[in-house]
Design a binder for this molecule. Sequence first.
Ligand code: HEM
Length: 563
Amino acid sequence: MTGLSTSSISPLLTAAFVATFAAIATSSFRKWMKSKKPYAYIPGPTPSTVVAHSYAGYLLDLHSPDALPWHFNVPEEYGHIARLKGGLAGADALYITDPAALNAILIRQQAWFPESTEFAGLFGIIHCGDGVASVQGLEHKKQRKYMDALFTANRVSKLTPMFYQVAHQLEDKLKAAVSDTPGKVVDMLDCLTRAALEIIGTAGIGHTFNSFDDKSEAFDEFHGAITSVLPLASRLFLVLPFLESWRKMKPVWLRRTLAYVGTLPWPSARKFRAAVDAMHPVYVNLYKARQRMLEEGGSAALADTAAGGKDLITSMIQANWDADEAHKMSEDTVLANMGSIVHGGQETTSSSLARFLTIIAEDQDLQVRLREELRDAKAKKAPGEDLDYTELEKLPLLDAVVREMMRIYSPVTFVWRQTTKDVVVPLTYPIRSIINGEETEELLIHQGTAVYLGMSAANRSTAIWGADAAQFKPERWLNRTQGESKLPGAYSGMMTFLSGAKVCPGKTFALLEMKLVLAVLLLSFSFEPIPTPIDWRMGITLEPRVRGREKEGVQVPVRVTAL
Ligand code: HEM
């Protein structure tokens, strides 16, 4: 009989036991490693500095003012899902530009990917309450019903005369400034910021800031506050994770004391607080005035307001007034939404318009072609009559240029979301593991993971848009049908206005504003570049500075000649 003696079984059993134990230990260790670094198989950039590596991980690279090239490079070098290494102090995060994954995160499975507490907290503080920018779920849905009703194409088209009123004020002001000197250098960012604030003031909240009056203190104070609050906030990024819990802290005296003590040694934080304190009273006064009118004269009384009751917020206040108790928004919520609308409608559009002027200043041929298109359209109108909403919409070259601007120079570089439970999302582009080379076509995102949605990077991905993705080529919109991109973005498949529940409600407003202001400017002025390059650096939106003259602050100088 062939058999094993007890003396030979014992070493075999021992070996089997050791092997089993080793296998279990290795598997447990792998599982433990995976739970600590579940994304170790995903390629991604290494934090660039030793300090970043050991303390903040990817955070400094992601938020740095010079981070734009870093963002654009991530999908090109590492793929459309990239691991962001957390370093010692933080967990790994994911940088996502994959179309199918973005679709799941923003639309199909959006319930599990709420806005990050960082942004919710920040906007809750800036707007002094819980408006659309800082709430989630059902409360967000309820508020968006009010907001989306304000921004339908039909309602926005009715704001066109108010937009023109401001655009012509800008035209007159600029004519007066350059009439004596052809090619005079003008800071167009300043002009367009004034125009954007005045447009959102009159059409958005029924209020004028007298933005074109050089002596207007109301303008100076509000303009200073609204243009500085986000750049200041971007310098506070290391405390952003704590803002939401601070905002909800009770008792209130403790919260206020902490804010006072915490901001004392920190100039950026003090200035940030001062900017918030300068904006809020404007909204409160406007709101109270509208409420008084409603109490005294009912809805009809609102016709006596500056914009005849047609501005967005007066319509919102009226709808809220008419709503039954269960569906009403609180006073604080309406106030926070006034802040959301003014903020949303300010810096994004003014900086895009200024960027646009630098592009056409550099490309004289494009400038001439755009002007010709506008002149041809105007020639069909009665003298002195402006192009209406539909006519502006129908200009193919202007439309293509605005689309390409929005694709390639998205003012918002990225947004970030949290993951509230383990979720599997599909992928358009498989991940190739850097550990074993295997490909996976879906991604398990673990609860608690921060996911960064790289909007600008997705808009420039060569896999999605072709080898010329990084080039400004308006023709791509003349030759290609809408919706061809695989991305789920709400505007021509680009991510600029996002998509899903949090999609920008002001998209139609912004596009009309940009086209209309450009039309007025191009028909009255020609633009040439200054010789020094302008660098657009990343804040929470983009910040332009003249190279070598950074200390002068944000500006977009352009040579302007009246036609
Ligand atoms: C070029 C112009 C604009 C761009 C690129 C833009 C982009 C965006 C993006 C990406 C978001 C989502 C942010 C997030 O989820 O964290 C957003 C939200 C928002 N935008 Fe815009 N926006 C623009 C103009 C406007 C205008 C003109 C208004 C108002 C008149 C506006 C009002 C808002 C509001 C209220 C939100 C918050 C929506 C919510 O949280 O539900 N935006 N915008």
